[in-house]
Design a protein around this ligand. Structure first.
Ligand code: PNS
Length: 177
């Protein structure tokens, strides 16, 4: 049988539990799933591409058929380069549908053989977005349960570099905090 490779494109700034939920679901229905981070010159991301890639690689290490990559340009061109037959996207609420449908239709116009597959994340992530996570974290709210622990720590370090320094000191026995 033909192997189906899917790409899961996005900004992942930062990766959330909603993204991971979708990656897990996608890994079960596709033979191979490539989490593809867009290098977007128009956006000013909180996390660099390297940071997002490293976080996603660590977070998906247990999924043997998932890998992480970075891409430029059109999603359809990237899909062709990696021989993907499907694009995976998450739909949380009806409000996502219009934008996602527009993208899926444009991608179909550009590359009729590439199918877009929509999946719904678990209900508890239906209101979750990277943008809201960034906003809540910046304003000092709790993002526990919304992002993996590693992402929560990185976000805290990013928003308050003093935390990184404190943590580094705690790790070294004998050093005064
Ligand atoms: O996580 P995001 O920001 O919602 O992801 C959007 C993404 C990366 C899927 C979309 O912006 C995209 O596909 N960009 C690549 C450029 C492209 O192909 N544009 C035409 C798509 S209709």
């Amino acid at each position: 049988m033909k192997k189906v490779i899917a790409i899961y494109p996005g900004s992942f700034d930062p990766p959330t539990n909603g993204h991971l939920d979708l990656i897990e679901r996608g890994s079960k229905i596709f033979d191979e799933l490539i989490v593809a981070i867009l290098r977007n010159p128009d956006k000013n991301p909180l996390f660099s591409l390297g940071e997002r890639r490293a976080m996603l690689e660590a977070l998906t290490a247990d999924f043997k058929n998932v890998r992480v990559d970075v891409f430029d340009g059109l999603t359809v061109d990237y899909a062709a380069r990696v021989k993907a037959g499907a694009v995976l996207r998450g739909i949380r609420a009806l409000s996502d549908y219009e934008y996602e449908l527009q993208m899926a239709m444009m991608n179909r116009k550009l590359q009729p053989d590439l199918e877009t597959v929509f999946m719904m994340p678990a209900e508890q992530y239906s209101y979750l977005s990277s943008r809201l996570v960034r906003e809540v974290a910046k304003l000092g709210g709790s993002i526990q349960d919304l992002v993996p622990e590693m992402v929560e720590r990185r976000l805290r370090e990013k928003l308050d570099p003093a935390i990184k320094l404190q943590d580094a000191r705690k790790m070294k026995p004998g050093k005064r905090a």
